[in-house]
Design a protein around this ligand. Structure first.
Ligand code: 8YV
Length: 320
């Protein structure tokens, strides 16, 4: 009998079809986000779960489950209690590498959106109140020549560096580990050992680090307060890295110029205060939302599950 794989959200058709060929699959036809109870039941019904960022999998759920494998559809695994999974010897895999470029593109899209006031302009057009071109209307900020401070110089940080350099930006970064000298030279990126000092000198800050207990509210009220008044914050990583209440205060008071956000502290709910602010661009967690990335993420999940079922160690193991 083929093993049962439960997939919590609707995946691209070709991926679901291939999964049906290879495994016994329980799909989510209407794509609703699972409730905690529904998720727990699924975790008791199967060995292999394919969750996404919308499934919060805590220690209690893991301990009560029969899981042998969690094959996450997505690279971030902060929604899974990894310590509990490790204790229960559950194999956890993710989908690294295939969404790097798209997430870096999204950071650039948010930068252009907020700095060139694209979304503000669209709102004027849609309201029917545009009276035509004017020399002083909606003047934004040029990306070229600005200092971009990347927090988290991993795959996505590096891909963002390449793109931002093409726009003429000057790249700075803060990371747990300094890149080796050759890589730093290739990227022409300047390393800062002090996050606070880097933040206080940048025109744009982009968050590209994973969400962990150490990065919870990394952009605290204090650090947001260190940003220049004309600076922008871009977040394509995780909402919980930013103290959102403090960010809203800074946006309201003009403590910073603006923000481009793809992620939120309490997804799917978005703080109402953002909705009435002109100086923030809001995207609904679209970082990896391309046909190409979602297809490749699905293929990675299939390979990880198949490898595991065949008795081998999947390459994208999060827990070694
Ligand atoms: C995914 C992401 O769409 O992969 C990630 O970590 O943030 C997103 O781009 C989502 O997590 C899928 O589970």
């Amino acid at each position: 009998m083929k093993p049962l794989v439960i997939v919590t959200r609707k995946l691209p058709k070709t991926i679901e079809k291939r999964m049906q060929e290879l495994f016994r699959v329980r799909l989510n036809e209407d794509d609703h986000a699972f409730s905690r109870d529904e998720l727990m039941t699924a975790m008791m019904d199967t060995d292999i779960l394919v969750p996404t960022v919308t499934d919060k999998i805590d220690a209690e759920m893991i301990n009560g489950s029969n899981l042998k494998m969690i094959a996450n559809f997505g690279v971030g695994v902060n929604h899974i209690d990894l310590a509990a999974a490790r204790n229960k010897m559950i194999t956890v895999t993710n989908t690294p590498g295939v969404l790097t470029d798209d997430t870096a593109d999204m950071a650039i899209a948010l930068m252009l959106g907020i700095m060139r006031r694209v979304n503000e302009g669209e709102r004027i057009i849609r309201s029917g109140n545009w009276n035509g071109w004017a020399p002083t209307q909606l003047r934004g900020t040029r990306l070229g020549g600005k200092k971009l401070g990347i927090i988290g110089m991993g795959r996505i940080g590096e891909a963002l560096t390449v793109r931002a350099k093409a726009f003429g930006m000057d790249i700075h970064y803060y990371n747990r580990n300094k890149l080796d000298d050759a890589r730093e030279r290739e990227l022409s990126a300047t390393y800062w050992s002090s996050l606070d000092q880097m933040i206080s000198q940048m025109d744009v800050i982009s968050l590209n680090c994973p969400y962990t207990p150490e990065t919870h509210h990394l952009m605290s009220a204090h650090r947001l307060g260190l940003m220049k008044e004309h600076a922008y914050l871009i977040n394509t990583a995780r909402g919980e890295i930013v103290d959102e209440a403090a960010l809203i205060e800074q946006l309201k008071s003009g403590g910073i110029a603006g923000a481009g956000l793809d992620v939120y502290e309490n997804e799917p709910s978005v703080n109402d205060a953002f909705l009435s602010l002109e100086n923030v661009v809001l995207a609904p967690h679209l970082g990896s939302a391309t046909n190409e990335a979602r297809q490749a993420m699905g293929e990675k999940v299939i390979i990880n599950v198949k490898t595991f079922i065949d008795g081998h160690s999947p390459r994208d193991r999060v827990l070694i």
